[in-house]
Ligand binder design. Structure first.
Ligand code: 9GP
Length: 818
């Protein structure tokens, strides 16, 4: 096409978009431009964008009717999608035209984008990974449906008061959600509680009926997920719970007004709120009900799709494959068995064969407290029929184990789905493993440890079903949308193929690593991004930071294993050096933290308080003279991440080795030109292998050394006594230097480190300090640093979620991809 034609087409598009925005403003929002609020403009623009996806959405749904296609069902209790509008415009390829259209209407697109309340339907990495995978599934044209829960309240909003985290309810739906399409006709009944009864059917077969205590209804809400400039729109289908009968006239007639709506209140509670992770006991019953609720709706929907496609029940595993995103949806294994046996009269053996062929399981954690276990009495109370099925699965499975390993009762106990020790419980990871034909970890190290440790017995039994799929993130959102300056610099030099071919194209940047003018342009992009973040910090936190200082950033959930406190100890150490006039070699640094702590996790909340306390002391001490600054950026979420990753010089990935399954923030940072200081953990290792050891700051114990240290008896107190600088830092915290003389507030923190130090902060402290000194020295030479930054980005192609999804398609799902 000639330039003029392209220009004309673009002008037409601008007009079309403008008309469409105005129409939606009038017909959907009932407003004239004169009285429209910014939020109205956002809604109208969102509807205009959604409209452009709907034709593809319909044709995609039609395409799924093709009997030969295998559909991927991605079952996940969390989808952390982030704001939709900006991403939709990028993927539809209409961001420039929309910008112009909105401008011609007298509005600024960035102000419109700011209006969107992000759907916080996830805790962190796991939910965000699911969102990246949906983007890649649509981009790679894999027929798929993401299934989850439409929580009315997502992850809490975080505010900081007096240095402490305060949680605020996330009312993301209060102003309406223009992206979802309710499908009332797609509704399924889900049973809960009660008991079971057996009977013999008219053919003389033994059958079981579940006499439920209550029944709730799940209604489908669909959100279109646009692929990248390919005319494909995928589906995110979230279930909202409702009462089967929302009003009990019988109770009402008796004058029981509360009783009349009780069922409605009870039923709606199921999809009311997302559970913050890391909480052990609270709300367990509701959480188990949530998990069962959404997988039951999703599987019933799968049968509906099977039926629409004119396929038989036997064809289920060939027509649809389900990925279990962690153990949260693993009850799906028992539920599919129940649906096949109780509802579709399939024999046990056949049903089991079909179930195993249907499911694959991704494990996302080795932390024992995060591997879900449900108490047996609770399970029996909420899900009596699925529990019977689990017992039967287990007893048949254990027969095969006894057969294969005669006399090895220890192994039988270790592998059983039911943990018989203490208060009996159901081990969901075992159910997921036994019921799946493929199991994968999320980084090379994690998969290795999974095989070696948590699922070792299962690996020994069937090594061929274990895979690794290293996580990835989408370059559409995390580079093109959120780092437009870098994206345009990259595109100018290597073309725009990198946006959906990151694996092959990004490496072309390497040729510019030594080019002085490219280095300068690269440096300028980073400098501008840092200035933007500095402005935002000034507005949100009120702290003035220097964009020429090294931006050293750690954003992620707050958890002891992620060791934000190791970072804080280092800051306190630098502060000490400055106070003692030993500041030589310290480059100006801004330490930026962000992340939420689970509301019930005291130590994580205390770490936030410590960061803020250190910030207050350091930032206000005239002797520091701005050499170091500390900032806690509140309410870290996808929307804030947009400003943070691109502005980082240094990415902190300092978990205790063997604890972080993969990490995905590490990828977002490196793809946006940050260098990493990191341990030999999760995907850090693969990142280091790709970018080169010389472009990565590695420190600390390896996973095997961590295990060995603990096994040999670990005495943190000795380390404290033998390292004067560490001792000074701990004594400062203890003596109230950062807490206005209060010696109580951080006592639990200090005590925990001195007596237990479960994540080996003291053990790695010295190595971390030394490594940080290397970072400072490297940063002092900006040309070398910039070159390292370019090489980091150039070599990050493998961490695109497109590569991960291709791995799933080829090795696990056996489906074609674009
Ligand atoms: O902790 C892991 C994190 O390392 C990983 O990147 C993410 C996605 O695979 O999953 C996290 N796991 C969980 O949130 C719970 O298992």
């Amino acid at each position: 096409m000639t330039n003029t034609l392209v220009q004309n087409e673009s002008i037409n598009k601008v007009e079309e978009i403008k008309d469409s925005i105005l129409e939606h403003l009038c017909f959907n929002l009932g407003k004239s431009p004169r009285i429209a609020t910014l939020h109205d403009w956002y809604m109208a623009t969102a509807y205009a964008a959604r409209e452009r996806m709907m034709r593809n959405f319909v044709s995609y749904t039609e395409k799924m009717q093709n009997k030969k296609l295998k559909i991927v069902g991605y079952l996940s209790a969390e989808f952390l999608m982030g704001p939709h509008l900006g991403n939709a415009l990028i993927n539809l390829g209409i961001e420039n035209e929309t910008k112009k259209a909105v401008e011609q209407l007298g509005i600024n697109l960035n102000d419109v984008l700011e209006q969107e309340e992000e759907p916080g339907l996830g805790n962190g990495g796991l939910g965000r990974l699911a969102a990246c995978y949906l983007d890649s599934l649509a981009t790679l044209q894999v027929p798929s449906v993401g299934y989850g829960i439409r929580y009315e309240f997502g992850i809490f909003d975080q505010t900081i008061r007096d240095g402490w985290q305060v949680e605020v309810t996330d009312k993301w739906l209060r102003n309406g959600n223009p992206w979802e399409i309710v499908k009332p006709e797609l509704n399924y009944t889900v049973k809960l509680g009660g008991h079971t009864e057996s009977y013999t059917d008219d053919k003389g077969n033994y059958r079981v009926k579940w006499m439920a205590e209550s029944e709730i209804k799940g209604i489908a809400y669909d959100t279109p997920v646009p692929g990248y400039k390919n005319g494909v729109t995928g589906i995110l289908r979230l279930w909202k719970s409702e009462a089967v009968e929302s009003f009990d006239f019988h109770a009402f007639d008796k004058g029981d007004y509360y009783g009349a709506v009780h069922e409605k209140v009870f039923s709606e509670n199921i999809s009311k709120v997302l559970y913050p992770n890391d909480v052990s006991d609270e709300g367990k019953r509701l959480r188990l009900s949530q998990q069962y609720f959404f997988v039951s709706c999703s599987l019933q929907n799968a049968f509906h799709i099977l039926n629409l496609r004119g396929l038989s029940i036997e064809e289920f595993p060939e027509s649809m494959t389900f990925q279990l995103n962690d153990t949260h949806p693993s009850i799906a294994i028992a539920e599919l068995m129940r649906l096949l046996i109780d509802e579709h009269q399939v024999s046990w053996d056949k049903a089991w064969d079909m179930t195993k062929r249907t499911f694959a399981y991704t494990n996302h954690t080795l932390l024992p407290e995060a591997l879900e276990k449900w108490s047996l009495p609770l399970f029996a109370h909420v899900l009596p029929r699925p529990l019977e099925i689990i017992y039967e699965i287990n007893s048949r499975f254990l027969l095969t184990i006894r057969d294969k390993y005669p006399g090895d009762e220890d192994r039988v106990k270790r592998m059983s789905i039911i943990d018989e020790r203490g208060n009996k419980s159901v081990r969901m990871a075992h159910l997921a493993t036994i019921g799946s034909h493929a199991i994968n970890g999320v980084s090379a190290l994690h998969t290795k440890l999974l095989k070696q440790d948590v699922l070792h017995d299962f690996y020994e039994l069937e090594p061929e079903i274990f895979f690794n799929v290293t996580n990835g993130v989408t370059p559409r959102r995390w580079i093109k949308l959120y780092n437009p300056r870098l994206a345009s610099l990259v595109t100018t030099h290597i073309g725009e193929g990198w946006v959906n071919h990151l694996e092959t194209d990004l490496i072309k940047l390497e040729q510019y690593a030594n080019d002085a003018s490219f280095q300068q342009a690269w440096h300028d992009v980073k400098r501008q991004n840092k200035t933007d973040l500095a402005d935002l910090i000034q507005t949100v936190v009120g702290t003035k930071v220097n964009p020429d200082s090294l931006f050293d950033i750690q954003v992620k959930r707050i958890h002891e294993y992620k060791r934000q406190h190791l970072n804080v100890l280092y800051i306190a150490h630098l502060y000490n050096r400055i106070k003692q006039k030993r500041a030589e070699g310290i480059v100006p640094r801004t330490f930026i933290f962000g992340g939420k702590a689970a509301p019930g996790y005291f130590m994580a909340k205390l770490i936030i308080k410590l960061i803020n306390s250190v910030a207050e002391t350091v930032n206000n001490d005239p002797e520091v003279n701005g050499l170091i600054k500390v900032v806690f950026f509140p309410d870290f979420n996808v929307k804030n991440g947009a400003h943070v990753y691109k502005a980082a010089d240094l990415s902190e990935q300092i978990s205790t080795a063997g604890k972080e399954a993969s990490g995905t923030g590490n990828m977002k940072f490196a793809m946006n030109g940050a260098l990493t200081i990191g341990t030999f953990d999760g995907a850090n290792i693969e990142i280091m292998e790709c970018v080169g050891e010389e472009n990565f700051f590695l420190f600390g114990l390896h996973a095997a050394e961590v295990a060995e240290t603990k096994a040999n008896g670990y005495w943190p107190y000795d380390i404290y006594n033998n390292d004067q600088e560490l001792k000074q830092v701990i004594d400062m915290i203890q003596s109230g230097v950062f807490s206005h003389g209060d010696t109580n507030v951080f006592k639990p923190f200090v005590d925990s480190l001195l007596n237990v130090d479960p994540f080996l902060v003291f053990k790695d402290f010295r190595a971390y300090v030394e490594c940080q000194e290397k970072v400072s020295a490297a940063y002092a030479n900006q040309k070398v640093w910039t070159k390292m930054s370019i090489l980091n980005v150039a070599r990050m192609g493998m961490f695109s979620s497109d590569r991960s999804i291709k791995d799933y398609c080829e090795n696990i799902w056996k489906v074609a991809h674009g």
